[in-house]
Design a protein around this ligand. Structure first.
Ligand code: NDP
Length: 445
């Protein structure tokens, strides 16, 4: 990194010493920005880098709630409002025991550039809690969500900050959160949350959007060489929202998806994942992928393992951050994987990304390939403002157009800056320039 960028990074390290995921995300972006910082001195003159790495606002709050046995429980809630240069803060809420301020900051930082890439006028933010919805009753989840929103409501709003779902926050949680917001505000502000149910302001194709968009992005990457997903073997990690819809869309493009996983273990299904069975187990029975393998004769379950040793042409990590390390990347490469497109946020470690680069594996970072989720959230906000509901086909067509545009923008930017085919540089530089130019025009704030 050049000296000025290195100094910015050192300040981030000093200010945030115990937040490794945040430092990892910042470093990855800063490393890409050298050519653009060199060619635009006004960015340095106006301290754009120094400002862009510092969240505009960080909120931490207590979330007390009462469990089914009548015991008072206490969790910690977060909302990091990272950058509003392009529009209201926008980004999901994550409920998972691993959540802490550093995790939310890494996700919020990534969100700033991802949202810029969509071209939709949304700033970046992220939030969540260390609450674990696994094993909780619906009533416990409801009481937690109501308590969480009782504090969060004062920080969000239609034109201020619009949260959505992420790990552990799906349609059920968004419903409870919205109900409490509406009650406190005495106002049906549909556009204050996205990922809503269809009958009260949700968008068709929002649940599908992140997984579908990731696969659409992978299809475009293969398309640059006249290839496609048709006939390919694909490995997917995770078995939640992003993973299941990535599996669905990859199958629709003619690929065979042979894996899924959760934090307990991995499934290899030689006949291809039976999505109907997986959904029944995960969404209706709220079970685990081990239960899928137990009911599916062609599937094997590997407790405590991940999916990266399964031979495939394409890998779609759709579970969580840093789920592919250098050893996993070596196995992917050894098994002939030619393309990695991230459905999750930051699932590949820096060492894994370096290994892809050296081996010539096509690689799309999550901030580009999984942007379809937030892009469709912005489409949901548009429908809410216009009091309209667009058809599934309409939303999918807009989503596909956005994904193709992000893909082509990343490629063109990488080419312009002398790094053809480098989607990391393409995504970071084009997202950064959109935010940085808006910050320049809005003065020092
Ligand atoms: P879900 O909660 O629906 O699913 C998460 C899945 O990942 C679960 O199957 C979970 O298993 C699994 N998982 C979590 N940790 C691990 C682990 N260490 N090893 C293996 N599997 C694990 O979340 P989403 O599908 O919404 O999110 C997945 C990823 O996609 C996240 O990185 C998220 O930030 C990103 N993303 C999501 C968007 C969205 O629209 N939902 C938008 C853009 C990005 P278990 O049940 O055991 O925890």
């Amino acid at each position: 990194m050049d000296q000025r960028i290195e100094r910015v990074y050192e300040t981030v390290v000093t200010r945030n010493p115990v937040e490794p995921e945040f430092l990892q995300a910042v470093r990855e972006v800063l490393e890409s920005l050298e050519p653009v910082i060199a060619s635009r001195p006004e960015y340095s003159d106006m301290a754009i880098l120094e400002r862009i790495v510092e969240p505009e606002r960080q909120i931490i709050f207590r979330v007390p709630w009462v469990d089914d046995e009548g015991h008072v429980r206490v969790n910690r809630g977060f909302r990091v409002q990272f950058n509003s240069a392009l529009g209201p803060y926008k980004g999901g809420l994550r409920f998972h025991p691993s959540v802490n301020l550093g995790i939310i900051k890494f996700l919020g930082f990534e969100q700033v550039f991802k949202n810029a890439l969509t071209g939709q006028g949304i700033g970046g933010g992220k939030g969540g809690s260390d609450f674990d919805p696994h094993g909780k009753s619906d009533m416990e989840v409801m009481r937690f969500c109501q308590s969480f929103m009782t504090e969060l409501h004062r920080h969000i709003g239609l034109n201020t900050d619009v949260p959505a779902g992420d790990i552990g926050v799906g349609g059920r949680e968004i419903g409870f959160l919205f109900g409490q917001y509406k009650r406190i505000q005495n106002s049906f502000d549909a556009g204050v949350l996205t990922g809503k149910s269809l009958s009260w302001g949700g968008s068709l194709a929002r649940p599908e959007a992140t997984g579908y968009g990731t696969v659409r992005f992978a299809q475009s990457m293969l398309g640059t060489e006249g290839d496609s997903l048709e006939g390919k073997t694909v490995i997917v990690s995770g078995s939640g929202n992003v993973a299941t819809f990535a599996i669905e869309r990859a199958q629709a493009y003619g690929a065979t998806v042979v894996s899924c996983s959760d934090s307990s273990g991995a499934v290899y299904d030689s006949a291809g994942i039976d999505l109907e069975l997986l959904r029944q187990i995960k969404e209706v029975d709220r079970g685990r992928v081990a239960d899928y393998a137990a009911l599916r004769p062609t599937a094997q379950y590997h407790s405590g393992k991940n999916v990266w040793s399964i031979p495939a042409d394409v890998a779609l990590p759709c579970a969580t951050q840093n789920e592919i390390n250098d050893h996993d990347a070596a196995r992917l490469i050894g098994n002939g994987v030619k393309l990695v497109a991230e459905g999750a946020n930051m699932p590949s470690t820096p060492e894994a990304i370096e290994a892809y680069r050296e081996a010539g594996v096509k690689y799309a970072p999550g901030k580009a390939s999984n942007a379809g989720g937030v892009a469709t959230s912005a489409l949901e906000m548009q429908q809410n403002s216009a009091r309209q509901q667009w058809s599934f086909e309409d939303v999918c067509a807009k989503l596909d157009a956005i994904m193709i545009d992000i893909h082509d923008t990343c490629l063109a930017t990488a080419e312009n800056f002398g790094h053809p085919g480098d989607y990391v540089l393409g995504a970071n530089v084009s997202g950064f320039q959109r935010v940085a130019d808006a910050m320049l025009e809005q003065g020092v704030n």
